[in-house]
Design a protein around this ligand. Structure first.
Ligand code: ADP
Length: 638
């Protein structure tokens, strides 16, 4: 069956399971967790993909897997090979063809038989060589004997003997040619073969015939001995896995398709200028199940005929990136760590709180409330780094401390850059203060995928030189213009100031940094502009992120968790985020105490929190509230 005993041999406390990070698992360390034998039972999540490979293995269908790297595509393909019958396995032998040396013959025999055939041939060749050399020495003895007896010159006799010796030696290679070349040997194979041909060049995928530098003169290697199998042949009766399928060149994809159609594929030299290109074997069996993988992009770029072939004769399945966080799932994640420790073989097992820390990290990395990430390769990387730290110190167990340190070490480049950036900025005057400053707001942005950064924005209002303009630095001009446009519609309603008669200068302090995405800073710009316009200071211990609609609604943005952490690291004590992002917040414990998170759904709420100087601020917020509420009501009615 396909279902897995979740945690065999381990007691589960159902009472606490719901709230417990270990899902109620009663363990001291991962040592207590039993790892299932079959790879297919070790796969966590990906239920649909798992069901499909089990089904496809029974029906011998091809499978296309689409999804992010490190979510288990190759693991599943390998698991599939373990589900295939091993009785079908074959050995493949290539023989010299006496009629045409460039067209070696191919024979297929049941697995294990190939070895016997080779041994028999070698034995025969050995015997034949023995016979030949005995024959040779007899002839030499006769020739020398005759030369002596008939009193011709003994020198002539020795010369004749030498010639005979050379003839025998020269022709002896012919008998090696009789031993076949076993290109596929499944004699020791306990399960059906699994071949990973990701990134393989044509020769490695389709087979090749080596170049022979001698080609004649007795030094040449017979052509059948130069034949090398491709992954398509080695995976005969098993699974051929090709990730990033679209990176194979079109001609190779075409040939791969032929191989799939025919179930056999002749081997020839792949390099046109090599002597191997003159050789072509009889067809070699390649009856494999293809598991092709890639991301969505890969699917669009792969050879349409090949895709149709797989689709028409098999299954397509999407891999999940995250999975719902349930007590049962958390218990499986604990088992995942046990699996990785076992697979590595050298890492110390993880203590219960080390497991908890990793599960927390899996929650965090999912970027979704109540979900766990299925990006297991990188999670496995963290397991190994943490385990290595413990191992380097010769400890029996990997602890929570090790996991925390491993996280620190395996920061992405962006993360390192951002941390370094914050570190350096602390040296300058950019430090967070308790003061209020007019027109200056601490914005937040994301760098790369997993790093937040604090990015102050400053606004200054000046009488227009010509028509009113928004002037911003660098690439953020467009975004600044848009934010100002949005906020100007609101400002018009409560203020006498006509923005079209003003120049608004927006400066992103130290935004020269590459990869900073300013997209989500529009409430920051709006707050800075309003503060500058109304001469009301902004609290500098606050940071904010959010997008702004024309009506003053605060709209959700990406990366809130990383942004909040960045604000905390920089020393802020309050962070404003869009109300709609509230459920995405998964900050680490250490930051939870450092910052207050204030979810806002309207710009008036943002200003209420961010602006200082009571009477003036209150009147502004009240005015704003009334007009945005009115706008909202109108919107709701209209
Ligand atoms: P992909 O082929 O999708 O890039 P892999 O199958 O090579 O990913 O995954 C890399 C490693 O991560 C696996 O060898 C395994 O240790 C772990 N892993 C990946 N996905 C899973 C999963 N769904 N369940 C358990 N372990 C997984």
């Amino acid at each position: 069956g396909s279902t897995v005993e979740v945690d065999p041999g381990v007691e589960v406390d159902e009472e606490i399971a719901e709230d417990d990070l270990l899902g109620g698992l009663k363990i001291d360390s991962t040592e207590d967790i039993e790892v299932p034998d079959r790879l297919v039972d070790q796969v966590i999540g990906q239920d649909e993909a798992r069901d499909i490979i089990i089904k496809a293995a029974k029906q011998r269908r091809h499978v296309m897997m689409i999804g992010s790297p490190g979510t288990g595509k190759s693991m599943l393909a390998k698991a599939m090979s373990q589900l295939l019958p091993k009785e079908d396995l074959q050995d493949v032998l290539v023989y010299h063809n006496p009629d045409d040396g460039n067209e070696p013959k191919v024979r297929t025999v049941p697995a294990g038989k190939g070895e016997q055939i080779i041994d028999a041939h070698k034995e025969e060749a050995r015997k034949r060589n023995q016979m030949r050399s005995i024959l040779m020495w007899i002839i030499i003895a006769v020739v020398i004997g005759y030369a002596i007896l008939s009193s011709t010159s003994p020198l002539l006799g020795i010369l004749a003997a030498g010639i005979i010796w050379l003839i025998f030696r020269y022709t002896s290679r012919g008998s090696d040619a009789m031993v076949p070349n076993m290109i596929v040997n499944n004699g020791d194979q306990r399960v059906a073969p699994f071949e990973d041909a990701t990134g393989a060049h044509a020769g490695a995928l389709l087979g090749d015939v080596r170049h022979d530098p001698f080609q004649s003169g007795g030094m040449e290697t017979p052509s059948h001995d130069r034949v090398e199998p491709g992954a398509i042949h080695k995976s005969n009766k098993g699974v051929l896995f090709v990730d990033e399928i679209n990176t194979l060149d079109i001609r190779t994809q075409q040939k791969l398709m032929t191989a799939i159609q025919e179930g056999e594929f002749a081997i020839t030299g792949q390099s046109e200028r090599s002597s191997g290109a003159m050789v072509q074997t009889e067809p070699v069996p390649c009856d494999f199940i293809m598991v092709a993988a890639g991301n969505l992009d890969a699917m669009e770029n792969m050879h349409p005929a090949l895709r149709n072939r797989i689709k028409g004769y098999g299954y397509e399945v999407y891999m999940d990136d995250t999975i719902e966080d349930t007590p049962e799932m958390r218990r499986k994640y604990a088992r995942f760590i046990a699996q990785e420790v076992e697979r590595d073989g050298r890492l110390p097992h993880f203590t219960d709180d080390a497991v908890e820390e990793l599960i927390l990290e899996a929650k965090r990395r999912s970027g979704r409330k109540n979900h766990l990430t299925l990006h297991f390769r990188s999670l496995g990387g963290l397991v190994r780094v943490a385990g290595d730290i413990a191992r380097a110190e010769d400890r029996d167990y990997t602890t929570r401390e090790d996991v925390l340190q491993a996280k620190q070490r395996s920061r992405s480049i962006e993360q390192q850059l951002a941390d370094d950036y914050i570190e350096r900025r602390k040296d300058y005057e950019l430090q967070v203060t308790e003061d209020g400053v007019q027109g200056r707001v601490n914005g937040l942005a994301v760098m790369g995928e997993d790093s937040g950064i604090m990015l102050p924005v400053m606004a200054e209002i000046a009488p227009a030189q010509g028509g009113g303009q928004v002037i911003a630095t660098g690439k953020l001009q467009e975004m600044a213009e848009e934010s100002v446009q949005n906020v100007s519609a609101i400002i018009k309603k409560f203020s006498d100031v006509d923005l079209s008669e003003k120049d608004i200068h927006i400066q992103f302090v130290q935004a020269g940094q590459q990869g900073v995405d300013g997209d989500s800073a529009s409430i920051t710009v709006a707050t800075a502009v309003i503060s500058a316009l109304e001469n009301i200071p902004v609290d500098q211990s606050i940071a904010m992120t959010g997008s702004l609609s024309v009506r003053g609604d605060v709209l959700p943005v990406g990366g809130v968790t990383h942004k909040i952490e960045a604000a905390a690291k920089a020393g802020c004590d309050t962070v404003i985020i869009p109300k709609a992002n509230e459920q995405d917040v998964m900050i680490e414990e250490e930051y939870e105490e450092m910052v207050d998170i204030v979810p806002c759904s309207n710009i008036s709420e943002v200003l209420d929190v961010a602006l200082m100087g009571e009477p003036k601020k209150d009147s502004l917020v009240d005015r704003l509230k009334s007009i945005t509420d009115a706008a909202f009501d109108q919107g709701a009615v209209g």
